[in-house]
Design a protein around this ligand. Structure first.
Ligand code: FAD
Length: 499
């Protein structure tokens, strides 16, 4: 057995990031590593992260968490995609569903066949060829099937949940496996003289918590990574100008939708996230284009249920910490950067940071290779997610000042090239193992009104009548499968009742 160089890990912060990290590191306790979470009830957590994307299932599976148990304890619901309303034109809506559109035929991608038939007036809207969209539109849900021959094998789910309850749930998990929690407010961080590594944090009561590896999960302020280590922040506000949000829960109304809704508004957009016990709502906006009072009035005027309190303000700057791993500190969560929740990616970025940390754990000592690899991978992932979020702004069809500004802005070449490629022949390529796959880019490009001028010539080699019949088969198979699924709320009630 290796003698571990790291015998003590200190996680600063007990929000979603802190407890996800603690739960994932809990198994190291058995290998003799001490894991401590320091958090302050007086400071509290952001706790509004409520919508996730499908890889969250892998995180829960790694912890051996049962889906029904988890949903019952976090008052969660299923998520099959995001509905975007009013982004392209007033009254226009489209779904960005999880999973794939249709199937490839003879090596030709489904969306290329669709472009060809759509141009000839022989295909419906692209979402009609998605299993997730078919179920979402009917507010239905069934567990995905393993057999490839079943249309239910095309269902891919994520969750909406109460983020504060998720943090509490994972705290119980981590403490049961030997993670120690220290309550208290940190008011000093001590660095070692010789190399500037963090030596200890000191709480207000004077007690010191020492460690070898520190994970900064302290939220936007970055108590260790920024306030102590002065790592620096790359500001992306020129591409993503929204810098504030107001969040307010409401009582549940109407059917329990298995999707998030993102509705464009005059100076930003409004989210709607249905949970079992309430609906989460918020307005993400640009303070350069809208006052806080006007944002609150617009949010309260556009709710579909009674608010359960006053809107809660949040401020942020889109961007990323220049180094997520600096000396003996790894920043995970809001301390490592922030991208607005338009595609529900923050909790995923936490999860990805944790799996990178596990994969590059510095148990052999403080080598540059681990740290530099971690930082390269983190930067690439943040930039790829950033590009996808930018696409929603760049390709909008609205007419207010914010929307005209972002439509005219120069975007990174990585975005403009993708738009050009899609505009020419509807082509999309996934870079390496980037988070958002073809379906996502296609759904948003088409949804935001980018229409390809043509299609891949390979699609012309296939017979149009046969293709049209095949498309109709795909559409009716998915629709028929959705029609016999249980109602989403009934599904949850049945699966959560026994927990
Ligand atoms: P926090 O929740 O801020 O936790 C910080 C912790 O550090 C707290 O425990 C605090 O007590 C502790 N702390 C700080 N300073 C000290 C100190 N001096 N001493 C001791 N302890 C200290 N993500 C999604 O995936 N989906 C979404 O739909 C989504 N929506 C969002 C909407 C908005 C408007 C915002 C702002 C974020 C959203 N997020 C979303 C992001 C998500 O909320 C965060 O990624 C997640 O909550 C992680 O936060 P965190 O744990 O990094 O920080």
């Amino acid at each position: 057995m290796n003698a571990p160089a790291i015998r003590s890990v200190v996680i600063v912060g007990g929000g979603t990031a802190g407890w996800m990290t603690a739960a994932a590191l809990a198994r190291m306790v058995r290998a003799g590593v001490r894991v401590t979470v320091v958090e302050s009830d007086a400071i509290g957590i952001v706790g509004v992260g409520e919508a996730t994307i499908p890889p969250i299932r892998a995180f829960n599976a790694m912890l051996d968490i049962d889906e029904s148990h988890f949903l019952a304890h976090t008052r969660g619901s299923m998520k099959l995609g995001i509905e975007f309303v009013d982004w392209n034109a007033s009254g226009h809506r489209y779904l960005h569903p999880f999973g794939e559109f249709g199937f490839s035929i003879e090596g030709v991608r489904f969306h290329q066949i669709w472009h060809k038939l759509r141009a000839a007036g022989r295909a419906g809207a692209i979402e009609e060829y998605s299993m997730c969209a078919a179920a979402a539109r009917l507010n239905r849900y069934a567990a995905p099937a393993a057999e490839q021959s079943s249309p239910l094998s095309q269902l891919v789910q994520a969750y909406h949940f109460d983020a504060s309850l998720y943090a509490r749930y994972l705290r119980g998990y981590a403490e049961a496996r030997g993670v120690t929690r220290r309550e208290g407010k940190i008011d000093r961080v001590t660095l070692r003289g010789e190399d500037g590594f963090i030596e200890a944090v000191t709480l207000e009561d004077g007690s010191r918590v020492e460690g070898e590896l520190f994970v900064d999960c302290s939220g936007f302020r970055g108590l260790l990574i920024e306030e102590a280590l002065h790592t620096g922040y790359e500001d992306w506000t020129h591409w993503l100008p929204c810098d504030r949000a107001l969040a307010v829960p409401t009582v549940s109304t109407g059917p329990l939708t298995p999707y998030t809704r993102a509705t464009a508004r005059a100076a930003g957009w409004q989210w709607r996230i249905p949970l079992q016990h309430r609906t989460g709502n918020g307005y993400v906006y640009s303070s350069a284009h809208l006052s806080d009072d006007a944002a609150a009035a617009a949010l309260l005027a556009n709710l579909d249920g009674e608010p359960l309190g006053d809107p809660r303000p949040l401020r942020f700057t889109a961007g990323r910490r220049k180094l997520a791993w600096n000396r003996n500190c790894v920043a995970i969560g809001l301390s490592s950067g922030f991208l607005e929740p338009l595609e529900s990616t923050s909790i995923h970025l936490i999860q990805a940071g944790i799996s990178r940390l596990l994969g590059l754990f510095p148990d052999a000592g403080w080598g540059d290779a681990e740290r530099d690899t971690y930082n390269d991978l983190t930067r690439t992932q943040y930039e790829q997610v950033r590009d996808f979020v930018i696409l929603h702004y760049k390709a909008n069809g609205r007419d207010e000042p914010l929307w005209r500004q972002v439509r005219a802005m120069a975007v990174p070449q990585s975005v403009s090239r993708r738009i050009d490629l899609f505009r020419n022949r509807g082509r999309i390529f996934r870079r390496e193992d980037e988070l958002f796959a073809e379906t996502s880019w296609i759904a948003v490009m088409l949804g935001q009104g980018i229409t390809p001028a043509g299609w891949d010539p390979l699609a012309d080699a296939l017979d149009s009548d046969q293709l049209a019949a095949m498309l109709e088969r795909v559409r009716s198979t998915f629709r028929n499968a959705a029609e016999v699924m249980p109602d989403h709320a009934a599904y949850l009630a049945r699966h959560c009742a026994a927990q």
